[in-house]
Design a protein around this ligand. Structure first.
Ligand code: UD1
Length: 310
């Protein structure tokens, strides 16, 4: 779709997922406004043509300055670290839950919300489809679940909105520097520097890794459906898994990196992290039914691209 003439607000647009989304929207011709407080985002990840509003999503004035008058809003900003949210549950509630509810309440245009697989808690069956019980194990998951539920309870008089439940997103610009960074950003960086990696547990835990470009495609296509069809869109007032349905073990990840670099990685094992989910595998079929979307990036290719860029 040509987005020329449309003004689009992206919260968290300077961060890992948000900045890739902004690049894509700019390529589609949209006028983009980013609201970011740079707690984890970086201004140099935002194209210079984009208006940057520096502020938190909890700040009513900043929200209004960035988002009022927009034709569509992508609400991506969050405290994305589960551990940080456990350490400061009040902050998680205010950023991840209350600000999200406020954005929904204030919006007069379509809203695409970044929800999370964390809302499911420990999977009761695999693959996890959208009808799986919502039983988050963390404050992060519970706060995302509150906004996800608010979207699912919207009626047809509300502006169109959808919740997109991200599984393990990876790709360029994911910060590897914290122990709670995405495992692929840590492992690829260390494979290049030759530093050892730690596997928590036996390495046979599985994850459904999805490349950020596939996530961005899902976000843009979902917004297009809401913009064109409004509350008649099959996405309105619903939630969808954003995943590949192709889980891999951490040991598979290490092997894939080793065959790419031709070097053995130094791997040590430590006990499983408290609260770690053993297996995660999403069912992407619902999103594929409503959008012309199919994840394109195979893990081997995504890892190769990451390693080449380092
Ligand atoms: C991910 C999300 C989290 C979300 C959850 C939903 C990321 C960064 N986190 O958590 O926001 O709530 O899915 O289910 O995407 N591991 C190691 N060594 C390391 C780092 C990690 O063995 O150095 C292991 C972890 O213990 C875990 C797996 O790798 O078993 C994946 O870890 P991580 O990338 O942090 O993501 P999740 O814990 O799945």
């Amino acid at each position: 779709m040509d987005w020329s003439g449309l003004t689009v607000g992206v919260t968290g647009g300077a961060g890992f997922i948000g900045s890739h989304l902004v690049d894509s929207l700019v390529d589609c011709g949209a006028t983009v406004v980013v609201l970011d407080n740079f707690s984890s985002g970086k201004a140099d990840q935002v194209p210079s043509s984009v208006r940057l509003v520096s502020g938190s999503v909890v700040d009513t004035t900043a929200r209004s300055e960035a988002l009022s008058g927009c034709d569509a809003i992508f609400h991506i900003a969050a405290i994305a670290s589960v551990v940080a949210c456990e350490e400061d549950p009040e902050k998680s509630a205010s950023v991840n839950r209350d600000a999200s509810l406020a954005i929904l309440a204030e919006a007069s245009c379509p809203v695409v919300f970044a929800s999370s697989a964390a809302i499911y808690g420990n999977p009761q069956q695999l693959p996890v489809s959208e009808s799986h019980p919502i039983e988050p194990l963390s404050h992060y998951g519970a706060d995302k679940a509150a906004a996800d539920a608010a979207i699912r309870s919207l009626g047809d008089s509300a502006p169109p909105a959808v919740a997109m439940r991200f599984f393990n997103v990876y790709g360029p610009r994911q910060d590897p520097s914290s122990p709670y960074s995405g495992v692929l950003s840590i492992f690829t960086t260390r494979a290049v520097t030759g530093e050892p990696v730690t596997i928590f547990g036996d390495g046979l835990q599985t994850r459904d890794f999805i490349h950020v470009t596939d996530v961005v495609d899902a976000l843009v296509l979902s917004a297009e459906s809401l913009l064109v069809e409004g509350t008649m869109s099959p996405l309105h007032s619903r939630a969808f898994n954003v995943c590949t349905g192709r889980p891999v073990t951490l040991l598979d990840v290490v092997s894939a990196i080793e065959s790419n670099t031709g070097k053995m990685m130094q791997v040590t094992h430590e006990p499983t992290r408290a609260g770690d989910i053993r297996d995660s595998e999403g069912d992407p079929s619902a999103l594929k039914e409503v959008l012309a979307w199919n994840p394109q990036v195979e893990l081997e290719q995504g890892l190769a691209d990451l390693l080449n860029a380092l």
